[in-house]
Design a protein around this ligand. Structure first.
Ligand code: HSE
Length: 289
């Protein structure tokens, strides 16, 4: 059997929606498994020369977790990953790996589907990887909001045009970026984030990119994180000063900005990769290859 999982990159938080909001981007990893080929693990694309080939990668680990939980054994297979999502840049590469592994294992083992298969995929991937705000858009596509493990999904009109700015030589692990967060926050900051969060959902679902420049302003997590990567913080300020909507993508260090009709995202210059992937409407898919 040959299967291929396609899983999108995701940008979590969207400013004020810390740990709740996520957007699927049309920039997908493709992971193939072939049970008729010689066993092995190979990678190409992003992280192709640094990811392990001994089965300790995140896709293989997620596959084993699913098999163990089901009390089943996976058949031997060859796994090949074509990665388009930059690693450790706040674009959901770990969640994409977990979603791919869960989806592939469930299909290979023909696990019974009770109810919505996407809900089962989301629950398992979020538990394995730990960030439901990335797992939800990776599974469902579009804009997602997590509330008490419930996923709300919204369509996103084409006028919402995400621009991802990836600092080429800066990495930031989510673990490090979470360590600097404050346990307690001022009430006024929490209130501002609730209000801005509502603006973000309204702006993205109605296609009002201009309104995003206000809505994306966060007061809970971005500033403390930008102190870890000051050059990224400076770029965020530079872009914001032009009136372009911008926030930190996930826990950073990439930035997520939006082209508007009147204000395109300015060129960040050398040392930055600029991607215009579009929003991905569909979430993860597994097909026979
Ligand atoms: N919401 C998480 C964080 C996303 O900001 O730490 C991690 O990708």
């Amino acid at each position: 059997m040959r299967l291929r999982a396609t899983v999108p990159a995701t940008s979590a938080n969207l400013g004020p929606g810390f740990d709740c909001f996520g957007l699927a981007l049309d920039l997908c990893n493709e992971v193939s498994v072939d049970t008729d080929a010689e066993r092995g693990v190979t990678w190409e694309g992003e992280g192709g020369d640094e990811l392990p080939s001994d089965g300790t990668d995140a896709v293989s680990r997620a596959m084993r977790r699913i098999a163990e939980a089901a009390g089943e054994e996976l058949p031997p297979f060859r796994l090949h990953g074509l990665n388009r999502i930059p690693l450790a840049r706040g674009l959901g590469s770990s969640s994409a790996a977990a979603v791919a592994g869960v989806a592939l294992a469930r299909t290979l083992l023909r696990l019974p589907e009770d109810g919505d298969p996407r809900a089962a995929l989301f629950d398992a991937a979020a538990e394995i990887e730990g960030h439901p705000d990335n797992a939800a858009p990776a599974v469902y596509g579009g804009l997602t909001v997590i509330a008490d493990r419930r996923v709300l999904r919204f369509d996103v009109p084409e006028t919402i045009r995400p621009v991802v700015l990836v600092p080429e030589h800066v990495r930031l692990s989510t673990e490090v970026a979470r360590r600097v967060l404050h346990e307690r926050v001022p009430l006024a900051d929490a209130v501002a984030n609730v209000a801005h969060g509502a603006l973000v959902v309204h702006a993205i679902t109605t296609g009002d990119a201009d309104l995003l420049s206000i809505g994306l302003r966060d007061r809970l997590h971005e500033d403390v994180r930008m102190a870890l990567v000051p050059q990224v913080g400076e770029m965020r300020e530079r872009i914001r000063s032009t009136g372009v909507p911008v926030c930190v993508s996930g826990s950073g260090p990439s930035l997520l900005a939006f082209d508007t009709d009147t204000r395109p995202v300015p060129d960040p210059g050398e040392g930055w990769r600029v991607l215009r992937p579009g929003v991905r409407d569909a979430g993860a898919e597994v097909r026979e290859a």
